[in-house]
Design a protein around this ligand. Structure first.
Ligand code: C2E
Ligand code: MG
Ligand code: MG
Ligand code: MG
Length: 284
């Protein structure tokens, strides 16, 4: 805005802008440090089959615990990482760690659990992404169908034709593909049909008041119907209550994720969580 005011008409940075710039630089700087000193960690949040509550996989969610700043929320550092371009090396690290974990699970016999990983718009660019994924798949010898790539609706719609081509190439390699935060961007239903995707993740915003807000209830039910008629699976995000779970089961949703089932947890804890789940329930 300062530039548009023209020459000789000085605009000074406001204290707010200064603070924002300062925060940005501070976070960016600390993130580079964290990437080199194991300050980042993968957390896993279970995804369950709606009908039974059985765990079928997990979403990988990045956590950052900084030596000076303490724990920093993704909603605070991911936008900075995206803006600065740092999301590319950071996202690359997440991809590598995820594949490494899948390879480890495969050795331990946990070979039916899928891991979903978030891709930012910056990472979601043709040739470099494909080359990197090929390299990692070869390095860790994993089955790409155990890995799901999540892209947001907004990122997908930036350049729909490029997205269509890239999704097709990813699908050819065997990766599973999901549209994240569905319903929050400009969704074009026509494109949904053209994209080679497997899943739609209904944003938590629609699930939150599903029992009380008739609009949300209608949107969720219609999205499930639409997805099924296109041969897609639906995952509901942010399920926190039994009532929400019940509603989604009634509407024949497929899968769910949310605090009701499990919070995001460190990979080691998730391993234990799965082990306990696998125990047969004793008869009452
Ligand atoms: P997302 O991909 O939509 O992830 C779901 C978010 O909802 C996670 O927040 C998760 O902790 C939270 N959540 C899950 N269940 C519930 C629930 O029942 N109630 C509530 N209130 N929240 C729930 P988180 O971990 O803070 O991540 C926020 C966003 O940051 C993610 O949204 C994703 O867009 C981004 N993000 C996280 N990790 C990565 C990453 O490795 N790469 C990229 N590019 N983005 C990431
Ligand atoms: Mg996600
Ligand atoms: Mg989401
Ligand atoms: Mg979200």
């Amino acid at each position: 805005a300062a530039k548009r005011e023209g020459r000789g008409n000085f605009q000074f940075f406001s204290p707010e802008m200064n603070a924002a710039t300062h925060e940005h630089l501070l976070l960016e700087n600390r993130m580079w440090g964290a990437l080199n000193t194991e300050g980042f960690e993968l957390y896993l949040q279970a995804q369950v089959e709606l009908e039974t509550g059985r765990v079928i996989g997990a979403e990988v969610l990045l956590r950052w615990n900084d030596q000076e700043l303490g724990s920093v929320e993704p909603s605070r550092f991911i936008p900075v990482a995206e803006e600065s371009g740092m999301i590319v090396p950071l996202g690359d690290w997440v991809l590598g760690q995820t594949m490494k974990l899948l390879a480890q699970w495969q050795r331990e016999g946990l070979d039916e659990l899928r891991l979903a990983v978030n891709l930012s718009a910056r990472q979601f660019s043709g040739a470099p992404l494909l080359a990197r994924l090929d390299e990692l798949v070869a390095q860790y010898a994993i089955d790409p169908s155990l890995m799901e790539l999540e892209i947001t609706e907004t990122a997908a719609m930036r350049d729909p034709e490029a997205t269509r081509l890239l999704l097709r190439q990813l699908r050819t390699r065997g990766f599973k593909l999901a549209i994240d935060d569905f319903g929050t961007g400009y969704s074009s239903l026509a494109y949904l049909k053209l994209f080679a995707i497997d899943r739609i993740k209904i944003d938590r915003g629609f699930v939150k008041d599903i029992e009380h807000n008739p609009n949300d209830a209608v949107i969720v039910a219609a999205t499930i119907g639409l997805a099924h008629s296109l041969g897609l699976t639906v995952v509901a995000e942010g399920v926190e209550t039994q009532a929400q779970w019940g509603f989604l089961r009634d509407k024949r949703g497929d899968e769910a994720q949310g605090y009701l089932f499990a919070r995001p947890m460190p990979a080691g804890e998730f391993r234990e969580f799965i082990r306990l789940q696998a125990q047969p329930v004793p008869d009452a």
